[in-house]
Ligand binder design. Structure first.
Ligand SMILES: CC(C)(COP(=O)(O)OP(=O)(O)OC[C@H]1O[C@@H](n2cnc3c(N)ncnc32)[C@H](O)[C@@H]1OP(=O)(O)O)[C@@H](O)C(=O)NCCC(=O)NCCS
Length: 268
């Protein structure tokens, strides 16, 4: 992966000159993590400048808890278990779509592409979330939940990262996407003509296949920035368990072979 000044190195990369190597892990959060994750987000909302904290979209507690219980909220932590970043995939009130949201990378860890890492992981996990049993792969007519994400127009970094992964504008967002607006701290002004402060994007099948394939090939997330190398090890069942990997690989083939390249969401 290469993004701006970032270079991801393989295991044989040019580490020799590195002055510092930092190890981290990414894993699905468990229910016992809920309070400390929420504390991190509360602290961010309290301490970040409004222009930035406004990008950290609040979600109703029940949706967050359900994402954790579904194994669809992920945290990146350093070697001593301190929170570095988090993000989730949320069920919407309508079946057939999931929203990727709540991505937050703590200031000290920005620039290592962790939003992109968390996007890739959520694409895999949220896709597999529809396939609890690998034997269901034989069903060629199965549809996967549409993957949708909301980004505020001013959030250039998120817009760039989601577009780079392949997200495209969603012309007709399902009404269920707006239910989280009730908890929004920064709703659009009434004269803006906007229904929601976010623009919505969906991931086409071909880009979903790309993201899954790329994730399956990634041994670790290794990114060098300035003189620091960050190595994020995967502790993610979706990407480690051979049955789940096989299921994902089969899904890639199926997504690539589809006649209709898109899911049922309307798009531009
Ligand atoms: C948006 C966010 C997740 C991106 O974090 P990230 O994955 O570390 O970003 P990237 O690795 O893609 O960063 C690429 C470059 O942008 C810079 N950058 C990242 N976030 C930035 C921010 N909020 N403000 C200014 N610059 C930022 C990085 O330092 C890096 O700069 P470099 O190329 O000079 O080294 C993070 O800024 C964040 O948590 N912001 C607050 C909440 C938020 O916006 N969440 C997303 C909601 S959709």
């Amino acid at each position: 992966m290469a993004s701006g000044g970032i270079t991801a190195l393989g295991a044989t990369g040019e580490e020799a000159h590195m002055s510092k190597v930092i190890h981290a892990t990414v894993r699905a959060a468990s229910v016992s993590d809920i309070s400390h994750i929420l504390a991190e987000y509360s602290e961010a909302i309290k301490n970040l400048p409004l222009a930035e904290s406004a990008n950290l979209l609040s979600r109703p507690y029940n949706e967050f808890k359900a994402a954790v219980e579904n194994g669809l909220f992920f945290v990146i932590e350093n070697a001593t278990g301190n929170f570095m970043a988090g993000a989730g995939a949320f069920d919407l009130e309508v079946p057939g779509a999931k929203e990727l949201g709540m991505c937050y990378v703590k200031k000290d860890w920005r620039g290592f592409g962790l939003q992109t890492l968390l996007l890739n992981i959520r694409v895999c996990a949220a896709t597999l979330g529809q396939v609890p049993d690998a034997s269901m792969i034989a069903d060629a007519n199965r549809s996967y939940a549409a993957l949708i994400t909301g980004v505020k127009p001013a959030n250039d970094r998120s817009a760039a990262n989601t577009a780079a992964l392949g997200f495209r504008p969603l012309a007709a967002p399902p009404p269920a996407l707006f239910s989280a607006c009730a908890a929004c701290r920064t709703p659009p002004s009434p004269d803006s003509g906007r229904k929601c402060c976010c623009d919505f994007f969906y991931l086409p099948d071909s880009k979903r296949a790309d993201a899954i394939e790329k994730s399956l090939r990634m041994p670790d997330w290794i990114v060098t920035r300035n003189d620091v190398q960050l190595i994020v090890s995967f502790k993610i069942r979706h990407l480690l368990d051979p049955d789940f990997r096989k299921a994902l690989q089969d899904i890639v083939s199926e997504l690539r072979n589809r006649g209709n390249p898109e899911s049922s969401v309307q798009h531009e």
